[in-house]
Unconditional design. Structure first.
Length: 190
């Protein structure tokens, strides 16, 4: 019998997508176990969520490292030590560089709150609203050396014609919490 696949989630904030992934693993909807959280903000709410689920956390202050290469080497070593098969970025607000990409090439995915290639980078939802789009969305893609430019794995539209940014974020998060676990499960089942 083969071992269960191991996931690491990288997050920087509240961790609602982390929670959706961990819960889906616990319920058997994702054929894997979430074994690690990587968080660049030690006081972020996601750290408490990880503790509640018994997920090992690696938290750090990026300024404590001499370089990004050093920081990502330590992170990659942590991933290796925990047997991580797939890295899922979920609100991790740092650009992944060659150090981590070279060790986990093709094994890092990200979720983004727009229908890429439209509105890459930070503030995607706000930019889309300012532009006046009527269909927002969520994209899951492989991470490569571009910002939100990796090969698209899945997308789902979120129609919205209002002007309440909080309401829109709520709709987008609801889609994220369904689409990300579904996509991870599909990737691991191939």
């Amino acid at each position: 019998m083969s071992r269960k696949k191991c996931l690491a989630v990288f997050a920087s904030g509240t961790g609602s997508n982390f929670e959706a992934i961990v819960t889906a693993c616990e319920q058997g909807k994702i054929p894997a176990e979430t074994v690690a959280l990587v968080c660049d903000k030690p006081s972020a709410r996601v750290v408490e969520r990880a503790s509640r689920h018994g997920v090992k956390s690696f938290t750090f202050d990026p300024k404590s490292f001499a370089s990004k290469v050093e920081m990502e080497t330590v992170i990659a070593d942590f991933l290796d030590e925990n047997g991580v098969d797939l890295v899922c970025l979920a609100g991790y607000m740092r650009i992944i560089s060659d150090t981590l990409l070279s060790r986990y090439d093709g094994k890092i995915i990200n979720i983004h709150p727009s229908l890429l290639p439209a509105f890459p980078g930070a503030r995607a939802v706000e930019q889309a609203m300012e532009y006046g789009v009527k269909v927002f969305g969520v994209t899951i893609h492989y991470v490569d050396r571009t910002v939100d430019g990796g090969r698209i794995i899945a997308q789902r539209a979120v129609p919205y014609e209002g002007n309440d940014i909080d309401e829109l974020f709520g709709l987008i998060h609801a889609v994220e919490h369904e689409l990300y676990p579904e996509t991870i499960a599909r990737l691991l089942s191939v």
